[in-house]
Design a protein around this ligand. Structure first.
Ligand SMILES: NC(=O)c1ccc[n+]([C@@H]2O[C@H](COP(=O)([O-])OP(=O)(O)OC[C@H]3O[C@@H](n4cnc5c(N)ncnc54)[C@H](O)[C@@H]3O)[C@@H](O)[C@H]2O)c1
Length: 163
């Protein structure tokens, strides 16, 4: 049976490369992006593939998320506002997209009975770690930026919501 995957942030750096690789492996992909930092050129190749569907939408929209998650097996959640400086100058949008957006993705997964999520966290969750490279179970996790705190919050929420 062919797998069907949803990718938020599909036009971003990581998302677009992931989409290309999933398609190469024969996975059907539904991508969602609001093109705030992503670009159409990143997904030019994917758009030529009949197994790729693009939704120009937002993780803040229940309707867009519902459409994206129809009959999918897994969600790769890569939509985000990774700009650390913007977490100070545009804190509301940063919080909404990075924290509320992740909650919205998880809530839609619950409604649509999608059981698997892959979430891109960030090394910023560790703050100034004393060990580099830093292992996933490093403690204490003391993010020093709002961006790191948002990633930490979203990582923990994703882990606590999945079986
Ligand atoms: N690139 C890295 O080295 C790196 C390292 C650690 C963690 N991460 C995390 O991985 C994720 C993806 O990183 P990236 O480098 O691909 O970033 P990116 O900015 O290239 O991609 C993010 C994508 O999400 C989209 N997006 C943003 N807000 C959205 C919203 N509300 N609704 C729909 N789409 C939205 C943007 O348009 C963009 O295409 C981010 O959460 C980032 O924090 C990246």
């Amino acid at each position: 049976m062919e797998l069907r995957a949803a990718v938020t942030g599909c036009a971003g750096f990581i998302g677009s490369n992931l989409v290309d690789e999933l398609l190469r492996r024969g996975t059907e992909v539904v991508g969602l992006d609001n093109f705030s930092s992503g670009s159409m050129s990143n997904i030019a190749k994917a758009k030529e593939d009949e197994d790729f569907t693009l939704i120009e939408g937002d993780v803040m929209s229940e309707e867009d998320l519902g459409e994206m998650m129809a009959d999918v097996d897994i969600v790769y959640h890569l939509a985000g506002y990774p700009d650390v400086r913007a977490s100070i100058t545009d804190a509301k949008t940063h919080f909404d997209w990075n924290v509320v957006g992740t909650y919205n993705v998880l809530e839609t997964m619950r409604q649509k009975k999608v059981k698997s999520i892959s979430f891109a966290s960030s090394s910023t969750i560790y703050g100034e770690a004393k060990t580099v490279p830093t292992s996933e179970d490093y403690a204490p996790k003391m993010p020093i930026s709002r961006s790191g705190k948002a990633s930490f919050c979203s990582s923990r929420t994703s882990m606590s919501c999945t079986p």
